[in-house]
Design a protein around this ligand. Structure first.
Ligand code: SF4
Ligand code: SF4
Length: 167
């Protein structure tokens, strides 16, 4: 059951944290017209995914509800809402900002955490072994190698960029 929002579980500084995060800068422009929600293809398949609601919750300081919500991770980054928002809130970038804050605060969905571990271990989202390469060879496609070092470099750069973004 959804927790009732009270002053106690609101973080009134959350919106300021979000506007400092890359992508969240235009949060305050929202005038709640719902064009984003009505444009969203994810909302069509799951009515509970509601970008306008996420903006409102962010503005009122429902930090825990926003960051722990699976919904911020459902955005497919199609940019339809960003194209249509009359206030240029750039919801897609705002979703990215919220996801980045969630990761910085250690709130990562288990599925994504598992993917990150696979990337670190293999440089890909699945292990490449003799079995896979034999099957590829049979189909006449090139064999693959693991790219662990490259993936680790990319993850290091991403972490560095993230740290720079915090300043
Ligand atoms: S379309 Fe833009 S202004 Fe309208 S509710 Fe969505 S974010 Fe706010
Ligand atoms: S970018 Fe995300 S929130 Fe915006 S319309 Fe696409 S799926 Fe929905």
């Amino acid at each position: 059951m959804e927790e009732t929002l009270t002053e106690k579980n609101l973080d009134l500084k959350f919106k300021y944290q979000v506007i400092k995060e890359k992508g969240g800068e235009k949060l305050f422009r929202c005038f709640s017209c719902a064009t984003c929600t009505l444009s969203c293809p994810v909302h069509v398949v799951d009515e509970e995914f509601n970008p306008r609601r996420i903006v409102r919750l962010t503005l009122i300081g429902a930090k825990e509800e926003v960051l722990k919500s699976p919904f911020i991770w459902l955005c497919s980054a199609c940019y339809l809402c960003s194209e249509r928002c009359p206030q240029d809130v750039r919801i897609t970038d705002l979703m990215t900002a919220l996801k980045n804050i969630a990761v910085k605060e250690g709130v990562i969905p288990p599925g994504l955490e598992a993917q990150l571990e696979l990337l670190k271990a293999h440089g890909r989202l699945y292990e490449i072994g003799d079995f896979e390469n034999k099957k590829r060879a049979k189909q006449g496609v090139p064999t693959l190698t693991e790219m662990k070092e490259l993936a680790l470099k990319v993850l290091d750069v991403a972490e560095l960029l993230n740290l720079k973004g915090e300043k």
